[in-house]
Design a protein around this ligand. Structure first.
Ligand code: UD1
Length: 372
């Protein structure tokens, strides 16, 4: 029987690449047993299943099958089902010693709440990030999760400052680095050995990658149209590849904007890609245009210019030290930055401290030491 029983929770696409290295690093601590719980927030093959094999991650021990729904519905389902799971306890032992959550999706927050109400301590990986924009569901998820966690693993110094300001004592805070970059560094050689670019007729450094899925960018017809305008224009000079999130696809169809994009010959639209194909694409791109949180960090680690279609970021190091620029909701700012990239005058960044491929080792050690 294990001395330490952990319940590790994933739910949506960006969770998988963060949890995979933590689970891997925990394997070298023989007295720790980690059970993997998938809430089922993402359930499509392309948003979920494909990642487990590619990341070399064990299949979930338990799936809660919560599926999609309004925030309240989705959160409530996770609360109810994860509470029941925790009450059952680990096989052959009394109760879980700790719940481990990653990132900022609804599953992260709901699992933390269920745990703390049962007095199971919570560890949060990627703690302390704040956009100071409470209109983003992720910001609420981050605030609530950190408030109920007592072991906070932070990826950049701004996170430490935020948590101190919110009253967390220093002994709860650990600047451990960025687990998502652990995965990126481990799998980059494998990704670049794939024939992904050939398959889509792309030349290294001669195309841009686009991802857009945030409600603020895709849920209003005028906003979505203004971004599509820039993409169509840019594609005349630089071919673009655009793996389209289901939410965005649905909105483009609903607003009658899908045909416009279909007509742009130099924009390759794709379904959501697996981790390796996507990394093959991003790591050899000229520029990345995105509203994703994780991609701001990945492009900084890769040294690829990242034009972030958001007015703020919870990851300020990607702007201060890295390759990201916030273009807000201003298409002209995006156009100007694209010009700099194409003219070779865009800033160069550097990789932040502790984004060194070993963050999960540091986290696993702390989990093993402090969860008994
Ligand atoms: C969620 C996260 C977001 C993260 C994103 C990555 C929250 C609040 N948001 O947003 O932070 O950046 O994941 O993808 O947790 N859908 C499918 N198949 C699926 C899952 C969802 O088609 O497997 C569609 C459904 O129409 C669903 C919609 O996508 O209603 C939104 O899914 P949801 O999980 O609510 O949020 P995301 O927009 O994916």
């Amino acid at each position: 029987m294990a001395d330490v029983n952990l319940a590790c929770v994933v739910g949506a696409r960006p969770n998988f690449m963060k949890m995979a290295p933590v689970l891997r690093a925990l394997e070298s601590h023989a007295h720790v047993e980690a059970v993997l719980v998938h809430t089922g927030q993402h359930y499509d093959e392309k948003l979920s299943d494909v990642f487990f094999d590619e990341l070399g991650m064990k299949r979930p021990d338990v799936c809660l099958d919560v599926g999609s729904g309004k925030h309240g519905v989705q959160t409530a389902r996770i609360l109810e089902r994860f509470e029941a799971f925790l009450e059952t306890g680990p096989p052959g032992a009394g109760c879980y010693d700790r719940v481990v959550v990653v990132g900022d999706v609804n599953s992260t927050m709901a699992a933390s709440l269920a745990a703390i109400k049962l007095r199971v301590p919570v560890a949060h990986v990627e703690a302390g990030l704040r956009s100071f924009d409470r209109s983003m569901p992720e910001e609420i998820n981050r605030i609530v999760t950190d408030a109920v966690s007592d072991l906070l693993f932070v990826s950049e110094p701004a996170g430490l400052e935020n948590l101190r300001r919110e009253g967390h004592p220093s002994e709860q805070l650990h600047l451990t680095g960025n687990v998502m970059i652990d995965t990126l560094m481990r799998l980059l050689p494998k990704a670049r050995a794939l024939s992904t670019l050939d398959r889509f007729g792309l030349e290294p450094g001669q195309y841009g990658v686009v991802t857009l899925h945030r409600p603020a960018n895709v849920d209003a017809p005028e906003t979505l149209a203004q971004w599509l305008d820039v993409l169509v224009e840019t594609s005349g000079e630089l071919p673009l590849v655009f793996p389209v999130h289901p939410r965005t696809k649905h909105r483009m169809e609903q607003f009658g904007q899908a045909e416009r994009l279909d007509a742009a010959e130099q924009i390759v639209q794709l379904p959501p890609l697996g981790y390796l194909d996507f990394l093959a694409m991003t790591s050899q791109a000229r520029v990345i245009i995105t509203d994703s949180g994780g991609l701001q960090e990945e492009s900084t680690a890769l040294g690829i210019p990242c034009l972030t279609a958001r007015p703020n970021t919870e990851r300020p190091i990607t702007v201060d030290e890295g390759t990201s620029t916030l273009v807000g909701n201003d298409p002209d700012r995006l156009r100007a930055c694209l010009r700099d990239v194409l003219d070779g005058t865009y800033k160069r960044g550097s990789r932040p401290a502790l984004w060194d491929g070993r963050a999960a080792e540091r986290i696993a050690r702390l989990l093993a030491e402090t969860s008994q």
